[in-house]
Write a protein that binds this ligand. Structure first.
Ligand SMILES: [Zn+2]
Length: 305
């Protein structure tokens, strides 16, 4: 089934790197999001192939997380393209504020980059000869934008909506209770759109938009009822991300990791009222049981990509 017009190429990645979307525009092209830093070489190779000889003129981001901006500097070096970022994330990038970019608290990495333009909620932009509206979709990231093409009924949702859920509620994890209400308003906004195909930040493009929005509302309601459930789900996602980057970690080091890395330590105390080691045991136990992680020779390893 061909869900998308021919000039849009979705490079489906995994969880460490976000998807990349390449738009053919005559002899030029636009790229949305650039993956994680340690995948930058792979991103360059995939984008090069998807360009099919075109010149990459522009890179556009959905939001500021490391798995979406980690390849920005490499892509710009390789192609000399312009970079446009959501207006809300511009100060953090300009000052390379590793706290605001959530790099410090989660021990994640990205390479500083320069940008040429910002995109504000309500702005219109053309990508692949299609008119897109920038929609403010706070929640997972309070400055995130989605891009919506009303005529083609396509939504580039970033991490505000996936086929099954949405990205981690970082604001809430950091003690800011405006995250869940923002995500609710975002889902209410998205629900009103006429969408035939969603290009999410992670996972394959999908067609069943209404069902996905419904699942997201259910997940949100569960999180609203139980902040602890939200926090546990987030810890699982964040630790899996960590292992995708590191590939493996000795099991004996995990207690220290949860104690040293701010987001694990703080969430353990804020949401569980427990020592980080106790939360680590809970989180790792569930991830092993679910088969997301495995234990090999005393190491915990990730099974995804
Ligand atoms: Zn994200």
């Amino acid at each position: 089934m061909n869900l998308l017009p021919d000039q849009i190429r979705v490079l489906e990645r995994g969880w460490l790197s976000s998807n990349n979307v390449v738009f053919h525009e005559g002899t030029e092209a636009t790229l949305v999001d650039s993956g994680y830093l340690t995948h930058a070489e792979q991103t360059l190779a995939l984008v090069e192939r998807a360009l099919e000889g075109r010149r990459l003129a522009r890179l556009v981001n959905t939001h500021s997380h490391s798995d979406h901006i980690g390849g920005n500097a490499s892509v710009r070096r390789a192609h000399g393209c312009r970079i446009s970022v959501p207006e809300g994330m511009a100060p953090a990038v300009r000052d390379w504020d590793e706290d605001a970019l959530l790099l410090t608290s989660a021990y994640q990495r990205a390479e500083p980059f320069e940008f040429d333009a910002t995109i504000a909620p309500g702005d219109e932009l053309e990508m692949g000869g299609i008119a897109w509206q920038a929609l403010h979709v706070p929640g997972h990231d309070m400055h995130a934008l989605a891009y919506y093409a009303p005529a083609e009924r396509i939504l580039i949702s970033g991490d505000a909506l996936w086929r099954d859920g949405f990205g981690v509620m970082f604001a809430e994890l950091h003690g800011d209770s405006s995250g869940l209400p923002a995500q609710r308003r975002t889902l209410e906004l998205l629900r009103e759109l006429d969408v035939c195909t969603v290009i999410p930040g992670h996972g394959a493009p999908f067609a069943d938009f209404t069902a996905a929005v419904e699942r997201a509302f259910q997940r949100l309601a569960a999180f609203e009822q139980s902040p602890e459930r939200m926090a546990k789900s987030a810890m699982k996602a964040l630790f899996t991300f960590t292992l995708l980057e590191k590939r493996r970690m000795p099991r004996v080091d995990i207690d220290d990791y949860f104690t040293q890395v701010a987001i694990f330590r703080d969430v353990s105390q804020r949401f569980f009222g427990k020592e980080p080691a106790a939360v680590a045991a809970l989180v790792i136990g569930e991830l092993l049981k679910a088969g997301v992680l495995a234990e090999q020779d005393g190491d915990i390893v990730a099974r995804g990509s």
